[in-house]
Design a protein around this ligand. Structure first.
Ligand code: MHO
Length: 156
């Protein structure tokens, strides 16, 4: 199994979208990219932790590829929005690909570059950063969309 980590706005919808993507075996909501250990949802919402709402995806490389997941990531949100996603505003909703290897970094950068013309005259705000620690979110945020059908009003 391999890992892929993405931030694309409110994690409820992002987790749900990846969970329903073929080849994905697990998707976990959490916080990444910041500087506070064991962050809480309230701290992350406060906007001063540096963390983005993120989803850690575990996938079966015999059933899908990292590149397919990166393409899915671009499809499920608007990567031209800077520090927000739809109704959710703040750096915790920024768009990030957290790579776990030089190969993942190369793929993320290549796909971003390939897609860029499709978004003109806007530019893709997605940042591509090394994956560091991933902090699992509180249990009530896991499988939120499944637990609250119809209530997830995020961008997806
Ligand atoms: N606008 C959303 C944000 C939730 S998300 C987990 C809400 O209903 O609060 O940041």
């Amino acid at each position: 199994m391999e890992r892929a980590t993405f931030a694309a706005g409110c994690f409820w919808g992002v987790e749900d979208a990846f969970r329903r993507t073929p080849g994905v075996v697990e998707a976990v909501s959490g916080y990444a990219g910041g500087h506070i250990a064991h962050p809480s949802y309230e701290q992350v919402c406060g906007g001063n932790t540096g963390h983005a709402e993120s989803v850690e995806v575990t996938f079966d490389p015999s059933k899908t590829t990292y590149e397919a997941l990166v393409r899915r990531f671009f499809e499920i949100h608007d990567p031209t929005q800077l520090n927000r996603q739809g109704p959710d505003v703040g750096a915790q909703y920024r768009s990030v690909i957290f790579y776990h290897s030089p190969e993942q970094q190369e793929i993320a950068e290549r796909v971003k570059k390939e897609l860029a013309p499709q978004y003109l005259p806007k530019t893709i705000a997605t940042s591509i950063e090394p994956a560091k620690e991933f902090w699992r979110a509180e249990e009530y945020h896991q499988r939120y969309a499944e637990k609250h059908p119809g209530r997830v009003v995020c961008h997806i």
